[in-house]
Design a protein. Sequence first.
Length: 171
Amino acid sequence: MKIIFMRLVTYVFFSTFVNGATIELVNLEAGQHPAETISLLRTPISAGLAQRAHSLFEADYERNVGDLIQTRWFFRKTANCTEATGNTLLYIGSGAASVAAGIKLVGSDDLSNMFLFASTVCFAAHITLIGIAKCSARENTEREGQLSALADEVGFKIVPLETHVTDDGAH
């Protein structure tokens, strides 16, 4: 019997809280009558608050568009510069390796080793820079898609500026 009574008290206590969240409040101190009550769950926000929230969302939207434009530009330029530098170092490294082979024929091992070391450094830098260019191009494409989606929301069409990285060492 004690357990049944405790369950009954628990159910009543629980239902009081559940029903209390949906009942309407009456502010008797302000002279409000029960017919003028406002529901807690369905309270509309004021026009001023809605307008302030709208202006905050507009500012955030504008900031997002500006950030996407700047980061898209940064990643596109990074991809272009690192691709050009990486491919240039590939050709310098190839030339240095050829010069090292020619110097080796003459008989200067020390000078040949220096050119071989420079060639190896150029090849390693080429691989690193082409990797950075590919990552930057991928990030540029991602920003491009996000910017296109934001532009569609306001009825604007952006010109796609996709960056294609060409690794001259892969050919």
